[in-house]
Design a protein around this ligand. Sequence first.
Ligand SMILES: [Zn+2]
Length: 157
Amino acid sequence: MSKRSGVIPDMAKQRPETTSMLSQQDRELIDAACEAIRKRYRHDWQEVGAALRSRSGRIFTGVNLDAYLGRMAVCAEAVALGRAIVDLGEAGIDTIVAVRHPPPNEEDQAISVVSPCGSCRELIWDYDRDARVIVPGADGPAVATIGELLPNKYSRE
Ligand SMILES: [Zn+2]
């Protein structure tokens, strides 16, 4: 997500149909993403945190890099994936989650799980077609597969 998040439609209207319950490890991943953005939150620059569990079980976190030149902005999920690849090489994505920190004027709101943007869905699929993604659900965070979140993926063929 970017600083233009104010124009993004309500995610509650876009929830996937197929989701499953969270495991204890999923909850730990959400906590790691929340901790990352709580620590590095900077209004209009770093507002989204992400956490990725590699297939080897290690957790990598990231925060979004917003930019004055908008197209240079990088999502938190991509930063987390980059850190995993630097440390482990191609390690696969078991599960990934992103969370958004509320702006200063909405301090009564909690940090909450957000769905990955379309570009991140493509990225996650490219690096692990079986990745699990924690997304907002009807009764709190839930798990979907990247395939469920990205039907008819872009292909050059
Ligand atoms: Zn994204």
